[in-house]
Design a protein around this ligand. Structure first.
Ligand SMILES: [Zn+2]
Length: 209
C-alpha cells in the first residue's frame, strides 16, 4: 500500500513536480504564511484539503487532539510550543487557528482516562492536558443528550481551553494585546460536513454559511 504514495508522485499528482516549480519561485528562500493552524493528527481531517490551501499559505502544527500545552519552561521541550514560537516570532503570522473536529479519538481517549495515568503511556500523558475540558462538560452534562453530544461538548471545550492556553505564552499574549495577532477557534463536524467558528463574545460555535 505504501508504494501507492511513490506511484502517485511518479504520475505527478499534486503540485510538487518540476513543471510547477516556476510558480513557486518566491517560496524558495522565504515564507510568509497567513496563519499557523493547530489541528489534529487524525487522518480524516486534512486542513490543506478542507481549505484548499496552496504551498506557503499556512504553517501547520498537528498533534493528537489539536491540543495546546500550557506555557512551561524550556527545560521541558514540546514540539507544539516550538512550532508556535517559530511561526509567531520568526514568521510573524497574524493569525493562530485551533481547528478541532467531531469524533476525535484523542478527545475520546481523554474522556476515558483512568484516575491515575501510568508514566510510560505517552497517549494518556498527552491527552490528560485536556482534562479541564472534560470537567467543563461534566458540569454541563444535564443539558447534553447522549454520548455524541458529550463528545462534541468536550471537543469544543478543548478548543476554548487551547485558546486560553495560547495566551499563557508571553510572545503570543503581547502580540494579541497589541492587535498584531488574532486567535481563532474552529470546529469541523464530519457528520454534517460543517465548519463552525467560535464567536468570542458568546463563546458559542456558529456554523459558517
Ligand atoms: Zn482528533
Amino acid at each position: 500500500m505504501i508504494e501507492q504514495l511513490l506511484e502517485r508522485y511518479r504520475h505527478g499528482r499534486g503540485d510538487y513536480n518540476a513543471e510547477y516549480l516556476p510558480k513557486f519561485d518566491a517560496l524558495k528562500s522565504t515564507q510568509s504564511p497567513i496563519a499557523v493552524m493547530i489541528s489534529c493528527s487524525d487522518t480524516r481531517l486534512e486542513p490543506s484539503r478542507l481549505f484548499g490551501l496552496s504551498r506557503g499559505e499556512v504553517f501547520s502544527i498537528r498533534n493528537v487532539a489539536n491540543l495546546v500545552p500550557s506555557y512551561s519552561s524550556v527545560e521541558n521541550p514540546c514540539e507544539t510550543a516550538a512550532g508556535l514560537q517559530f511561526a509567531v516570532t520568526k514568521l510573524q503570522v497574524p493569525h493562530i487557528v485551533v481547528l478541532g473536529h467531531s469524533n476525535c479519538m484523542g478527545i475520546r481517549a481523554m474522556m476515558e482516562l483512568p484516575e491515575s495515568c501510568s508514566g510510560d503511556n505517552f497517549i494518556d500523558q498527552w491527552v490528560r492536558q485536556a482534562k479541564p475540558a472534560r470537567q467543563h462538560q461534566l458540569a454541563n452534562s444535564d443539558c447534553l443528550d447522549g454520548p455524541e453530544a458529550q463528545s462534541k461538548a468536550c471537543e469544543q471545550a478543548s478548543i476554548r481551553l487551547s485558546l486560553c492556553r495560547l495566551l499563557s505564552y508571553p510572545w503570543i499574549r503581547t502580540r494579541v494585546e497589541s492587535n498584531q495577532l488574532v486567535l481563532h477557534g474552529w470546529y469541523y463536524n464530519f457528520s454534517e460536513g460543517q465548519l463552525s467558528c467560535l464567536e468570542p463574545d458568546s463563546q458559542c460555535f456558529n456554523p459558517i454559511t
